[in-house]
Write a protein that binds this ligand. Structure first.
Ligand code: F6R
Length: 359
């Protein structure tokens, strides 16, 4: 039931702080240590490489997860689009471990990969929101997202839940292997900061409603740009805008723009820069300037510690590995309000179904 909300999507965006708290409650002990199935951790510890597989938004959550696993566990991690992996399997390492990300647990493209993984006798984990779903039943292990039912076709809380759970799992795995970075990563404190941070963004949503009107209502296209984790979020931000507001949007590695795509920038093209990583903040700012010189209208999404005078959206600081949990939220709201202001059916965009059970 969506209660007083006009659309499920807004309700589900609003639920994200609670989803973060719920995951901490389910997967962390009273002292803040991860509580993860020992067998699962042992299987993962034996792996020489992690393969994350997913589609759409779940694939995007996997891109962030790969950074978390590599940073906290030092295990090389690859991310693959399930429909590609199914028919063009990369050369696997000696001891691969597979993680399937799927909100619904029913995505046919991902299942096709799992069938092959099982046929080869490799171990796997499904991270899903739906207990007893196909991908959950057929994988060796399951971790549930506990995000509550996600009804809107556009995925929001499942994305943030997937990233938060990947972070908890990476912390557990890294710690069990005595990785110092993992030991120092205070997951409980961070998830608390993330929950209050998301709430602060939601509380200031009227600003995003105004920005959606000003920048997106009458544009045929838009760009989200960023580097590393900010690029991963750019892909998700662009997907949200495309699927519910029908604005053609591209998520782009900001350094790659000048190698061709910058030709598309015209007078008034909205370019949104996501700037949450200290190492690349200055570079993305230069890339934004390059688009502005060609007429782009720029919007910046950044963190308190990286903020400059004219920035538009300023996120509270959290560990740099977890900034996607915050930076995605304004982009969800921008997509929501653009769709709403166009008078579209936010929850049921054209041509789409909530779970895609055909290949
Ligand atoms: C986008 C969206 C889709 C799904 C994709 C995978 O908002 O919802 O891109 O993320 O179809 O679905 P699951 O996660 O159920 O496997």
């Amino acid at each position: 039931d969506k209660g007083t909300y006009p659309f499920y999507m807004l309700k589900e965006i609003d639920e994200q702080p609670n989803v973060m708290r719920k995951l901490a409650q389910v997967y962390l002990s009273e002292t803040g240590e991860p509580v993860i199935n020992e067998k699962l951790l042992n299987s993962m510890k034996q792996a020489d490489r992690i393969y994350i597989v997913g589609a759409g938004t779940s694939y995007h959550a996997g891109l962030v997860g790969a950074r978390l696993f590599e940073n906290l566990t030092q295990t090389p991690t690859e991310v693959h689009i399930s429909s590609e992996f199914a028919y063009e399997q990369p050369i696997l390492s000696k001891k691969p471990f597979f993680i399937f990300l799927s909100q619904s647990g029913e995505t046919a493209d991902s299942r096709e990969v799992l069938v092959n993984v099982n046929a080869a006798n490799y171990e796997s984990l499904t991270i899903t929101n739906v207990q007893n779903s196909t991908l959950s039943r057929e994988a060796t292990y399951t971790l549930l997202l506990h995000a509550g039912p996600e009804i809107a076709v556009a995925s929001t809380k499942a994305y943030t839940a997937q990233i938060a759970l990947e972070a908890i799992l990476a912390k557990a795995l890294g710690e069990s292997d005595n990785q110092i970075v993992a030991q120092r990563f205070n997951i409980r404190q961070q998830l608390g900061l993330v929950a209050t941070g998301i709430q602060a963004i939601i509380d200031a949503k009227s600003k995003l409603e105004d920005m959606a009107k000003k920048y997106f209502l009458n544009t045929p296209n838009a760009f989200y740009i960023g580097r590393s984790l900010d690029w991963s979020v750019s892909l998700e931000a662009a997907l949200k805008l495309k699927e519910i507001s029908y604005v053609q949007a591209e998520g782009f590695a900001s350094g790659e723009l000048k190698h061709g795509t910058i030709a598309l920038i015209e007078d008034g093209t909205p370019v949104i820069g996501i700037i949450t990583q200290a190492k690349t903040a200055g570079l993305t700012r230069s890339n934004l300037q390059e688009t502005m010189a060609r007429g782009a209208k720029i919007i910046t999404i950044t963190t308190e510690s990286l903020a400059k005078k004219d920035d538009d959206i300023i996120l509270p600081d959290v560990d740099e590995l977890l900034t996607p949990l915050l930076s995605v939220v304004p982009t969800q709201l921008l997509a929501y309000y653009t769709s709403l202001n166009k008078g579209l059916d936010v929850d049921k965009p054209r041509n789409l179904a909530k779970s895609v059970t055909v290949e």
